[in-house]
Design a protein around this ligand. Structure first.
Ligand code: ADP
Ligand code: MG
Length: 449
């Protein structure tokens, strides 16, 4: 199948050709015609399989073919969970709109509010945005959505995870009319939360799933290493970075503060590393992404802020220095490599604190994972079995109790809980109602304690 078989409008078709795309990917083959027929979609396919064009192309086709419902209101709104991803989607969209009469604008948190008011006054046809800031402008009446034809949610599940349900509902309600079409895209759309939300937002949606969300990504070679502690992880990291070949690497850590610390450690080893986290201001974030995407840095140390959607062609290796708290972020993190048919390596370190997350990932991938080893850096840690932990604690408790004779009040259950916490860092999402939209947009995985 070829793009020309879709019957795209001439100008759009010539842009597709001009950009060098000939054969649509599987998700594009299915999602483009379905969206062109006007269906609402819940569409998933693996990372790096071309979902962005699967929504940009039908959006442009619709705008070229249909008359606008309103002269002033935006016709298409595309929402993404992070500013970095919104920028990337915007620049892809611009490739398609720059030779048309359609105006596209980018509305992000962390940037000047009044400048955005002026931009919105120019009545753009397309808005690419992060949900918090867009909802703020909507609340203040800086634009209306009565004429909205297409609402597109890229990485929809992540926006819900981050607590944007309220903003998304508000945007949905402001554009509540029969002619509106809604498209949800992600590599992972199998949450119950997404289904509930889809009921609110979509009308008789068509489901398109290319492969199961967690089926093996053949272009990504996964390796797992056991690690005893932080020092051990650092030694493994140094070993891998100095003994393996790679173009660019993304390293994921659990918290914002770790990004900086680890990047500094790598810099002191003469490695060209830079840290990106939600702690930085937007100017710094932009600068870091720009220099990394230009190849000026070889290694980006970051959090789940960068786990979703980013398409950086030279990233040939992803390292999970810490396992992600949410298992599906593993799929997205490793999906920063092995994109559009290229190959990539995905490495993960699994220490005692990562164990529960690791087991969740193993469950999600539906496979038993074997560990690799580096000679001279073998881990003593062999993993934890829940039953063994409990038995061990129980016997320790028994010993102590016999020794002391007068047992302290109910100490044992506390110990069991404490051990479980050490093993796995059970995620507790605390942000949902407490943070403002602006804070939400500044988010990475520090939501988890
Ligand atoms: P996803 O959203 O599924 O993770 P992207 O939309 O970011 O994937 O696309 C990944 C890469 O594939 C991008 O660099 C994009 O330009 C490229 N790509 C998209 N569609 C095609 C196609 N039909 N043929 C070749 N490359 C494509
Ligand atoms: Mg994408």
């Amino acid at each position: 199948m070829q793009f020309k078989d879709f019957g795209l409008e001439n100008k759009l078709m010539s842009t597709v050709e001009h950009l060098g795309f000939t054969a649509p990917t599987e998700i594009q083959q299915q999602a483009i015609p379905a969206a062109m027929q006007g269906h609402d979609l819940i569409a998933s396919s693996k990372t790096g399989s071309g979902k962005t064009l699967a929504f940009i192309i039908p959006a442009l086709q619709r705008l070229s073919k249909n008359r606008a419902l309103s002269k002033r209101d935006p016709r298409v709104v595309i929402l993404t969970p992070t500013r970095e991803l919104a920028k990337q989607v915007f620049s892809q969209l611009r490739l398609f709109t720059s030779n048309t009469q359609f105006k596209a604008v980018l509305i992000l948190g962390g940037e000047n509010f009044n400048d955005q008011v002026k931009v919105l006054e120019k009545e753009p046809h397309f808005i690419v945005a992060t949900p918090g800031r867009l909802a703020d402008h909507l609340t203040q009446g800086h634009f209306y959505l009565n004429g909205l034809e297409l609402l597109i949610l890229d990485e929809a599940d992540r926006m819900l995870d981050l607590g944007f349900a309220k903003e998304l509902s508000q945007i949905n309600k402001a554009a509540d009319h029969r002619k509106r079409q809604t498209l949800l895209f992600s590599a992972t759309l199998e949450h119950a939360q997404v289904n509930d939300f889809a009921k609110e937002l979509l009308k008789k949606p068509k489901r398109i799933a290319i492969g199961g969300a967690f089926t093996e990504h053949k272009d990504i070679n996964k390796r797992f290493y056991l690690a005893d502690n932080l020092n051990h992880k650092e030694s493994l990291l140094k070993y891998i970075l100095s003994n393996e070949t790679y173009q660019q690497v993304i390293i994921f850590t659990a918290t914002r503060s770790d990004t900086e610390r680890l990047a500094n450690m790598l810099i002191s080893e003469d490695l060209n590393a830079v840290a990106l986290s939600g702690e930085l201001n937007q100017g710094q974030r932009n600068q870091i992404m720009e220099s990394f995407s230009k190849g000026q840095n070889k290694i980006l140390v970051t959090t789940d802020l960068a786990s979703r959607g980013l398409d950086l062609v030279n990233v040939s290796m992803v390292i999970n220095f810490d396992m992600p708290k949410h298992a599906e972020e593993f799929i997205h993190r490793i999906g920063r490599t092995g994109r559009a048919g290229s190959k990539g390596d995905a490495i993960a370190f699994v220490g005692p604190k990562d164990w529960l997350s690791f087991k969740n990932v193993e469950g999600l991938l539906e496979q038993t994972i074997k560990f690799d080893q580096v000679d001279g850096l073998k881990a003593k840690f062999k993993g934890l079995k829940p039953k063994v932990i409990k038995t061990k604690i129980d016997s320790t408790k028994a010993k102590k109790e016999t020794k002391k004779q007068v047992p302290k009040k109910k100490k044992a259950p506390k110990k069991v809980f404490h051990a479980a916490k050490d093993v796995g860092d059970m995620p507790v999402i605390k942000r949902k109602k407490t943070l403002s939209a602006e804070q939400l947009e500044n988010s990475d995985l520090d939501e988890v304690e």
